[in-house]
Design a protein around this ligand. Structure first.
Ligand SMILES: Nc1ncnc2c1ncn2[C@@H]1O[C@H](COP(=O)(O)OP(=O)(O)OP(=O)(O)O)[C@@H](O)[C@H]1O
Ligand SMILES: [Mg+2]
Length: 325
């Protein structure tokens, strides 16, 4: 029995390199390519491992890239349940321009995944009997945009608490089915609320509405450098993010989700869950490129949040129904 299982339907081999300056038409000398196993759920599994936790990563993989990806995860000691498919696993390329510190992130769509293969991933999850099922990332071409709705309904069937971090139409469809925890950023929350833009003072009401509509049991809205807002039926709590020397926000969302699900699996309260999530997200921004976080940074930042978080807390959200604790 596995407590935490992650599902990555569109995994990737993430490659990164650096050049002094991006100039069109020129031959650009870049640094040696660094490779990482990537894709939302896989990032979550890597981050849980860094926290000292255990999860099983379930994902389709194919071809040479698929083999490299599996090898890299196994080398780190991460438990995997790959489903071999014919289509080569996609690769992404991130290029950092040293002169400006700008990141160019070229993300490929990935090859089509047949729905019956995605269903086989669900069947292997059934065998793992997870208490928490975390799905993160985009859907590959070939799957209907309602596929996460199917995963949400499957999670109910196997009694797993479903946590989803995705965007666009796939997010809206899954929310209609109902799930355990959502971690939208402001843009995703706006889409869930059916409005184009949300002002900061509308965030708590929008999140509470989603809970009242039965779309999920609780919501943690991530607010980038401003931390996160935890909203449950019982109340709301703003968790400020510590000030850090930001290098790259790549993987901040996945790191945050990892921290939250790990905290839940350790029996922490919702407030502690959100605090650990913010600490993990902020710790991830300290590192350059696709690197997630170091455990020691998480505990250092968590300590700051616990000690000084109250001081920097925003309490004047407009929510008419809830009050801060
Ligand atoms: N500039 C920053 N400074 C400190 N912490 C940050 C910063 N940006 C992000 N974080 C941390 O990471 C968490 C998640 O970030 P964000 O709200 O940007 O998520 P996201 O938009 O889902 O990110 P992603 O692009 O990875 O999906 C925040 O709640 C915060 O803890
Ligand atoms: Mg995100």
């Amino acid at each position: 029995m596995a407590k935490i299982v992650t599902l990555t339907l569109n995994p990737a081999l993430d490659k990164s390199t650096e050049v002094e300056k991006m100039i069109p038409e020129h031959k650009l000398r870049c640094s040696a390519i660094q490779m990482d196993a990537g894709g939302g759920g896989i990032n979550v599994s890597k981050a849980i491992h860094e926290l000292g936790g255990v999860s099983v990563a379930v994902f389709p993989c194919g071809g040479h890239n698929g083999n490299v990806l599996c090898g890299m995860l196994q080398e780190k000691g991460i438990q995997i349940e790959p489903l071999k498919v014919n289509a080569e696993t996609r690769e992404n390329l991130a290029v950092r321009e040293r002169s400006s510190n700008a990141q160019y992130r070229l993300t490929t769509p990935g090859r089509a995944l047949e729905e019956q293969d995605a269903d086989k991933c669900l069947e292997s999850i059934r065998g793992l009997k997870p208490e928490y099922l975390v799905a993160s990332g985009s859907l590959p071409p070939g799957l209907p945009i309602t596929y996460y709705e199917k995963v949400a309904s499957f999670a109910k069937e196997i009694n797993a608490k479903f946590i989803l971090d995705t965007s666009g139409e796939p997010l809206l469809a899954a929310a209609d089915e109902g799930l355990y925890l959502l971690k939208p950023n402001l843009a995703e929350l706006s889409a869930l609320a059916g409005v184009s833009v949300l002002e900061m003072n509308q965030v708590d009401d929008a999140a509470l509405d989603i809970i009242k509509q039965g779309k999920c049991a609780s919501v943690v809205v991530s607010l980038g450098a401003q931390g996160a807002l935890l909203v449950t039926r019982q109340g709301f709590e703003h968790i400020p993010a510590p000030l850090v020397k930001k290098q790259s926000t790549v993987g901040a969302g996945d790191s945050m989700v990892a921290g939250m699900v790990w905290a839940l699996s350790e029996g922490k309260t919702y407030k502690q869950m959100a605090q650990i999530g913010v600490a993990c997200g902020s710790a991830a921004t300290i590192n350059a490129g696709t690197e997630l976080f170091h455990q020691k940074d998480v505990w250092r930042l968590l300590n700051w949040i616990e000690q000084y978080g109250e001081r920097y807390r925003i309490t004047d959200f407009s929510c008419s129904t809830l009050s801060p604790p």
